[in-house]
Design a protein around this ligand. Sequence first.
Ligand code: SF4
Length: 362
Amino acid sequence: MQQTLPNIKDFTKPELIRAVTMLGEPAYRAAQLHQWLFSHRTRSFDDITTINLALRQKLSSIYSIRTATLDDCRQEYRDDHEIPTTKFLVRMHDDETVEAVLIPAEDRITACISSQAGCSLRCSFCATGKMGFTRNLTSGEITDQVWLLNDYLADHYGQKITNIVFMGMGEPLLNMTHVLDAIETLSNHNYRYSLSQRKISISTVGIIPQIDLLARSHHKVKLAVSLHSAIQKNRESMMPAAREYTLPALKKSLAEYNRLTGQPVTLVYMLLRDINDTPEEARALVKFAKSLFCKINLIDYNAIVNIKFKPVYSGKRELFLRSLLDSGLQVTVRKSHGASINAACGQLVTESRQQHLPEEPH
Ligand code: SF4
């Protein structure tokens, strides 16, 4: 019964104020409640000792407090870091699963989290794109992923998450309200754990109307755009969303984002063997990026079973990188981590679903 009631962790502070005042309680109760839910991270109304028993009983008859769980994890150790890259399967109250990954680096520990269960955008190189869209995650389900990973990190290694990227399953800008609500909570500096919004990055395929909204919002999060090709025809063939959000329109929107926020944009470019690693592609990328305030993040592809793409050869990566650097662009190269644990998004959920499929009748 509890689990069918609305999850109070999905409420923003203003929504909590409304809920509490509708019960005839003063608004400051909402601030207490928010703190208990997101700083103390209580799992039961009974624990909220600063709120009187009658209100606790009322709340628990109307709302639930749901918490996602870690269901499975895969790890990959690297020589240069004591903490392994760890990918988790996170299970929601309705048994829907998403992925979240801890990615340690020299100077940071990043949590890569999901914004949707599945995805409607069908990028051809992505395992999540193959499974289709199930539903948006709520803001409570998004913050839960961060708490769960942070607790895991604290318990096992005595460390904290230093950065968050919305680069897991789903397109965050198609679930923008819940993503931004979650970010508000995660960046609340009065709470036990919080992060500056500058340490949080939203990664999008380039949903232009939402980029424009983000540029005009008061949020200070970073923006990353999965570009993967600066040639319209090639980009469309990999990313169907690019048909609607074309490269010229995207470039205009990013230039406006630069102007309004004063912030750079990261252009994420995943090198795919013989697909987007040619000199012609490098020249197109230089042309696209040259007039923007941006940096380019070149990443390797993790091969996925049943998907035709392959990682780039290292010699070609060097040539591609050299042409970008020679043009004066700022470029970082991210080596592939997590190949042995299928760290590209959607692969662990796909495997888990396959394991849970009923056996074919003989
Ligand atoms: S790459 Fe991102 S936007 Fe594209 S299908 Fe996968 S999850 Fe969706």
